[in-house]
Design a protein around this ligand. Structure first.
Ligand code: ADP
Length: 212
């Protein structure tokens, strides 16, 4: 696939002769399809690595705020294009989580990406983090949530969407693997992920992480 992409890039640069406008367009389509296929292969590999317990999960004391900010920055141009406002509600003092920062950032990126994909223009998305009510454990886990005002998910589909390849309602591209990845990562941390949603009004995805 890398060699397919490199070859297309060479063509686009005119190495095999100057391309006409239409030929450039066709090469652009081929390149984007190759990128999509690469994304799908990587998503499949990540999910199988997690399922077989072979994904390294390096849990250490991690600050949540930079992860949330970084994930948001990476999607900010898409959000600007759609005129979607992303806001935060994070307590000033957030305890450190016991987590693999790289994997958790990808979970947040996936949830934010979905929130953007299934929201209309000029809506808003809110990211929250709060300490869950103290339970019997010594350190209460933190709950992180991503709330959108998008199309929502029917009650009978709210469990299904975490299964591999599951896509419900309107198709808007993607692989149906993003939420499976999120669930496997969160569960590898001993956490839980779930959704609350009202069709036509929006969805909020929640997940928990252990604190240090
Ligand atoms: P993908 O986004 O690639 O289709 P996911 O596993 O991330 O795969 O999501 C699975 C399905 O769950 C989506 O196709 C969509 O039907 C539904 N979904 C996920 N997030 C949202 C959301 N924020 N609002 C509405 N539907 C959603």
């Amino acid at each position: 696939l890398s060699s397919v992409m490199a070859s297309i890039e060479l063509m686009q640069k005119g190495v095999a002769g100057e391309l006409a406008k239409m030929q450039q367009t066709v090469m652009g389509i081929a390149y984007n399809s190759a990128v999509q296929m690469l994304d799908m292969i990587n998503a499949l590999l990540d999910v199988s690595r997690l399922e077989s317990g072979r994904m390294p999960v390096n849990q250490r004391a991690t600050a949540l705020r930079p992860l949330i900010e970084h994930a948001t920055e990476s999607l900010s141009s898409l959000a600007n294009e759609q005129r979607v406002k992303i806001s935060f509600s994070l307590p000033a003092q957030l305890p450190l989580v016991h987590a693999d920062g790289e994997l958790i950032m990808r979970v947040i990126q996936n949830l934010l990406g979905n929130a953007l994909k299934f929201s209309g223009r000029s809506s808003s998305i809110t990211l929250r983090a709060e300490a869950s009510l103290p339970d019997s454990a010594k350190t209460a886990p933190i709950t992180i949530s991503v709330a959108d005002q998008g199309i929502g998910i029917a009650p009978q589909d709210q469990e299904k969407i975490f299964a591999k390849f599951s896509q419900v309602g309107e198709r808007r591209g993607g692989t149906g693997l993003g939420l499976t990845f999120c669930k496997l990562v969160v569960e590898a941390h001993g956490g839980r992920i779930w959704v609350q949603s009202t069709p036509g009004q929006g969805s909020t995805f929640f997940f928990t992480l252990p604190t240090t």
